[in-house]
Design a protein around this ligand. Structure first.
Ligand code: NAI
Length: 325
């Protein structure tokens, strides 16, 4: 298969070349969008990631270029106009699961860092400053942890928090049998009861700006919010006001609504134009990571394997078990 590989990083190239010797890859550093879709001319398959844009105009350009299959190397597919793809006859497959532990453990890492301020302690100690002022945290045991979305990642997160001795409450309109061992609540109950909230639901119309002015106001004063789901789940501007007023005590963001222009690239020599992102970076109680929740050896291996299987299933015309419809 001839595969145009967008948003390619060095680690992608190494892993995919090693496992896909039978394919011909074109590795492109660019994100997929209207300006770059024509680079796929003559390629039947495009392989894309979270910040590639696959709206109707892009899909039409891809179709005209000869693309018939989109292999997402991620779980979320909110960046694909699935209806347009189906109408054009372009098949789409994703990697529904690749080490849910990677993302859940990153959410926990963010929580522990924010709470115990190890990011600040690290810098202080390196400068010979062993003072503790400003580093006080809180015990996790006994705290109420609210989890939006009890799918693969959410359930691992619940299990870890249960291990810490937290009371875990879950909001999910379609809870699995496994999720039912936790206290199921409405979103209003979750807002008002949770000391710590972690977002593990997909970004959809119903979940867009799940955290906004009104819902920040309905939450417990000083609560902690961890978002490793998708940026659009939180209105970032509203989170700044909530942080300034103390309504939001701590914010951990692995994802950001406008991350497309910045994340995954070295921006250290340029001027970041996004004032919301820059303001968020100034808070001592905000921790931002650049969409690295998935980034473990095991998860990347899983992504490579499943993407390879998806491409092989498409090429051989066999059942595409991970098709996005
Ligand atoms: P999943 O599909 O296994 O679980 C999603 C859960 O959310 C399901 O149980 C579903 O019923 C629930 N849900 C649907 N609508 C909801 C709503 N309105 N309110 C609450 N829950 C709702 O997905 P998985 O694998 O657990 O991934 C969750 C999300 O994590 C993905 O959608 C993706 O956006 C994000 N993700 C982030 C990564 C990162 O590197 N930061 C990597 C992988 C995924």
């Amino acid at each position: 298969m001839k595969i145009a590989f967008y948003s390619a990083k060095e680690y992608d190239r190494e892993l995919f070349e090693e496992c896909g010797e039978e394919h011909e890859f074109l590795f492109l550093k660019d994100h997929l969008g209207v300006e770059t879709a024509s680079l796929a001319l003559g390629f039947e398959v495009v392989c894309v990631f979270v910040n590639d844009e696959l709206d109707r105009p892009v899909l039409e350009l891809l179709y005209a270029a000869g693309v018939r299959f989109v292999a997402l190397r991620c779980a979320g597919f909110n960046n694909v106009d699935v209806v347009a793809a189906a109408e054009l006859g372009i098949m789409v497959a994703r990697v529904p699961s690749y080490s849910p532990h990677a993302v859940a453990e990153h959410a926990v890492a963010m929580l522990l860092t924010l709470n115990r301020k190890t990011h600040r302690a690290y810098n202080r100690v390196r400068e010979g400053n062993f003072e503790l002022n400003g580093l006080m945290g809180f015990d996790l045991v006994g705290k109420t942890v609210g989890v939006f979305g009890s799918g693969k990642i959410g359930l691992v997160f619940c299990q870890i928090m249960k291990g810490f001795g937290c009371k875990v409450i879950v909001c999910d309109p379609y809870p699995s049998e496994e999720a039912r061992q936790y206290t199921l609540v409405t979103k209003e109950e979750l807002f008002s009861q949770a000391d710590i909230v972690s977002l593990h639901c997909p970004l959809m119309e119903e979940t867009y700006h799940l955290y906004d002015v009104e819902t920040f106001a309905q939450s417990k004063r000083g609560f902690t919010l961890i978002n490793t789901g998708r940026g659009g789940l939180v209105n970032a501007k509203a989170s700044i006001d909530a942080l300034k007023s103390g309504q939001l005590g701590y914010l951990g963001m692995d994802v950001y609504e406008e991350e497309k222009d910045y994340f995954f690239d070295d921006q250290s020599s340029g001027i970041i134009q996004d004032d919301v992102l820059m303001r968020l970076m100034t808070f001592p109680n905000v921790l931002i990571t650049g969409h690295q929740g998935f980034f473990t050896k095991e998860a990347l291996q899983g992504i490579v394997e499943t993407t390879g299987e998806n491409i092989m299933a498409y090429a051989s015309g066999s059942e595409l078990v991970n098709e996005v419809k």
